[in-house]
Design a protein around this ligand. Structure first.
Ligand SMILES: [Zn+2]
Length: 232
């Protein structure tokens, strides 16, 4: 990513090339500064503020040359270093770093989950992804242990070549995990509310098999279609 020549956003210089570069980055991370036309209008400033709200409580809608927002934005939009081969994704995916777990998510879903995590942190929770993607072999093991009712879940969504493209995550608060304290401190309800506000499905709403840590990007009725798209 090249450097900005001038500031962009509210009260910025807003040179067309710079504005265009910023708009492209905002689109890449799932925000919508429409139209991405090199003109810095209200939607672009709103998108900048929305992005800033992920890391500051005082978003000002402005990106300065070499400033914190520029640094964070280029990092967030950097081409992911997601390994391209199935072998690089082997092993126990619950032990991966938070970053690798995020990289195993379908990109638009990943951007939404990043917003959920930011919202929870903003409420002083300590969210942590336990499972993002997992292999169908791990799913089978959980099925045999009666920890899941399905042999294919949105956690298993993948590209046909076997690399992860998951549409589900399980998120806990590091202090409480699945203990009663998670409920009494309101973590599950906050997780459900944050996810649903962004259009996700929360497993805590399932009456037959409540799954309070679970968020997914699609309706259960779409599971067969996603399985097919996964080449499984
Ligand atoms: Zn789950």
């Amino acid at each position: 990513m090249s450097k900005l020549q001038g500031s962009v956003g509210k009260g910025g210089q807003n040179l067309p090339d710079d504005v265009h570069a910023v708009q492209a980055l905002l689109v890449q991370i799932g925000l919508k500064p429409d139209p991405a036309d090199g003109v810095c209008g209200a939607p672009t400033i709103a998108a900048i503020k929305e992005f800033q709200s992920r890391f500051t409580s005082a978003p000002d809608g402005r990106i300065d040359v070499g400033g914190t927002t520029w640094k964070k934005l280029t990092e967030a939009a950097a081409p992911t270093s997601a390994p391209a081969t199935p072998a690089a994704w082997s092993g126990d995916s619950s032990q991966w770093t938070q970053e690798k777990k995020l990289l195993s998510l379908e990109p638009a879903f990943r951007a939404t989950i990043e917003q959920v995590i930011a919202a929870l942190k903003g409420q002083a929770f300590q969210p942590k992804i336990v499972f993002a993607w997992r292999s169908v072999a791990v799913q089978k093991k959980l099925f045999d242990e009666k920890k899941t009712k399905v042999l294919f879940s949105f956690h298993n969504a993948q590209h046909p070549d076997g690399t992860p493209n998951a549409l589900a995550v399980d998120i806990i608060d590091t202090r409480w995990a699945w203990t009663d304290a998670a409920k009494t401190n309101g973590f599950w309800s906050a997780l459900g509310a944050a996810g649903k506000e962004l259009g996700l499905v929360w497993g805590g709403d399932w009456t037959d098999f409540p799954d309070v840590a679970h968020l997914q990007g699609r309706q259960n009725s779409e599971l067969a279609k996603v399985k097919h798209e996964s080449g499984l």
